[in-house]
Design a protein around this ligand. Sequence first.
Ligand code: NAD
Ligand code: TYD
Length: 354
Amino acid sequence: MNFKRTLLITGGAGFIGSHVVRLFVNKYPDYKIVNIDKLTYAGNLANLTDIERKANYEFVKGDICDSGFVQSLFAKLNFDGVIHLAAESHVDRSIANPMEFVTTNVIGTVTLLNAAKENWKTIPSNNKIFYHVSTDEVYGALGETGMFTEQTKYDPHSPYSASKASSDHFVRAYHDTYQLPTVISNCSNNYGSYHFPEKLIPLAINNIKNNKPVPVYGKGENVRDWLFVEDHACAIDLIFHKGKTGETYNIGGNNEWKNIDLINLLCKIMDKKLARPDGESAKLITFVKDRAGHDLRYAIDSSKLQNELGWQPSLQFEEGLEKTVDWYLANQTWLQNVTSGSYQKYYEEQYTKR
Ligand code: NAD
Ligand code: TYD
């Protein structure tokens, strides 16, 4: 079959990437979607079983830092577009092992940029786009008030956010220096199905279900702006197709929660779902040593995306959270598979250190 476009999605076996791959494979049967993923601890082909046999989907296992592999894939498949999500993504892991973050997030991104630059200079570049998916954490931390806009100065504090900030700078540099058609989005915290249970929401759901302590860092005063992952995937679709080359778009849920308030809400939902007496799950909340360099507050102003491209988040938080809890309770085998083995060992080490 002749496809209208061939797109490369990196990190498509991860949390957000699997939602983006699913959306594009189902919504655009005339696009060929090639997913490359190294399948680190966070990459899981079980996230994609519903679409893995579709005619317009192909998975290739590989490392974005391997320039020979990346260059040959570009030469063979002549991608018209790239949506780059592959990354090391967990702040706590970046504190324990920053080099992995420099390698994948910085060198991996530059390796992809080089391949696109080399491949696209030989063919007309109209309709081509290199879309880099980034985070609001590059902007640093807010105090009690204010929001991150696209003009906010970069001020990353963790090795994770520093590596993402660096990759964003390289993407802009390739646009300005080589006229590579690029676009960047910076999104707030996502939640939803297929989220690896080392991040706050899936970790708390899993621990509450199994009657294990729910670790809340510091006093639980830190604030995050939560967005349902499928709303993020829709924003990526919109920006990929309608965003202006060279621009940056902030994506956020306008949905700020203090960690402790969020966990209390989750405990209430879990009590209801597990038919426990009110207040039972909240007894599992355990305040633990704070994260080093813990950013106080993130809040995203996404008015540019809303006004220029007409994007709106679709779900209220309580509804999205309940949907997410239902998914985890219905997919216990997925959870057991990803929490066995090396992850379990890592988690126990981290937790006992605190
Ligand atoms: P994730 O950790 O769930 O998935 C990352 C994926 O990248 C995994 O499938 C992993 O196997 C793959 N990968 C890692 N290193 C690789 C390499 N060297 N080569 C090829 N594949 C590799 O991450 P996520 O939460 O889905 O985040 C996806 C992207 O979105 C990241 O770039 C992240 O910075 C960004 N982001 C995440 C959030 C969030 O709340 N999770 C918010 C804003 C932006
Ligand atoms: P996380 O899900 O790791 O996302 P990020 O660090 O990228 O924002 O953490 C969300 C918030 O929850 C953050 O303020 C740290 C806090 N947190 C806890 O209190 N306990 C935990 O066990 C985890 C993983 C995070």
